[in-house]
Design a protein around this ligand. Structure first.
Ligand code: PDD
Length: 290
């Protein structure tokens, strides 16, 4: 796997950072995860914009212009010998000479990227959907920033794994927020529901694509708070994330999602949205190549 660290490209195994790096000591940094299809980063400008918003949110100056980011990413993506990739970007506030919570005066940000083969859902997960559990959302008040402070998400994701599930869906004050590494959509009576982008959720790039596709194809949708009761009585549930695209949740806390013949199976609207998403991705990639 190939990496970029502070100006140099190298094999991932050769990348080294200081133990005093504030990413390591304080989770003082931000990150992005960008899917790459046929060596073409998907929605790159949107990912770079969200990264800028995360940097602004933690008061860290962006060490590169958008053009510089594009050229670093392009070179990294070209250097890999596989075409479908996941590019990970991490920027921290750098390494000081001592451990001190206050911002360092002289440290340079640490810029780290690596690319790895894109690993999406398995064909079996696409066909049958995945299981999820629920938990109270115990995270901080700025979940809109994509920061390195992921311990609550890690613990939630592990709870899901321990239960043989793919994800943990979080609830705050009786309302759906998101899942540990994805946004959540609910289908109820033919209407697609999802919580608004506020401080409680990550503004997902895939979330935006799904809402754009719903609007384009005139599928009814509402962006508004979604109650726990609506989550539990949903006809369909979907996860969205860069590496999962649109993935059906077919079991919630051990109970099948939905009613009737589709109970516990991926529903028609989710299948339709995944098809729209795949077509849209193909179309974008075709334009990128020409
Ligand atoms: N996770 N919500 C959370 C908490 C996430 O971590 C993610 C993405 C999303 C979906 O965002 P997007 O559609 O932009 O990928 C929502 C990435 C993939 C990760 O942490 O690996």
């Amino acid at each position: 796997m190939m990496a970029y660290l502070n100006g140099a490209f190298m094999p991932l195994a050769e990348a080294r950072i200081s133990p005093l790096d504030r990413g390591f000591l304080y989770a003082d940094g931000v990150y992005e995860v960008i899917p790459v299809y046929s060596r073409c980063p998907f929605r790159l400008d949107e990912h770079l914009r969200r990264m800028q918003a995360s940097l602004d949110g933690i008061r860290l100056k962006n060490p590169h212009s958008a053009d510089e980011w594009r050229s670093i990413i392009r070179r990294l993506v070209t250097s890999a010998d596989y075409v479908d990739q996941t590019v990970y970007i991490q920027i921290t506030r750098g390494a000081d000479v001592r451990r001190d919570a206050c911002f360092p005066l002289h440290a340079q940000p640490t810029v780290f990227l690596f690319t790895s083969p894109l690993v999406g859902p398995t064909p079996a997960q696409r066909e049958s959907g995945v299981a999820a559990i629920t938990q109270p959302d115990i995270r901080w008040g700025r979940c809109d920033l994509k920061t390195l402070a992921l311990l609550p998400n890690v613990l939630m994701r592990q709870l899901a794994a321990d239960a043989g599930c793919a994800e943990t869906i979080m609830l705050r004050d009786g309302f759906l927020t998101e899942a540990s590494t994805s946004n959540v959509f609910v289908v109820k009576g033919g209407v697609i529901l999802t919580p608004p982008k506020d401080h409680r959720v990550l503004p997902g790039i895939t979330y935006d694509v799904v809402l754009e596709l719903a609007a384009k194809h005139q599928a009814p949708y509402e962006v508004r708070p979604v109650s726990e009761a609506e989550l539990r009585s949903a006809d369909e549930l979907w996860l969205t994330a860069s590496t999962k695209e649109v993935l059906a949740i077919t079991t919630l806390d051990g109970k099948p999602v939905g009613n009737g013949p589709n109970a516990g199976r991926p529903g028609p609207l989710g299948r339709q949205m995944y098809a729209w998403y795949s077509d849209f991705r193909e179309e974008v990639m075709r334009h990128a190549e020409t």
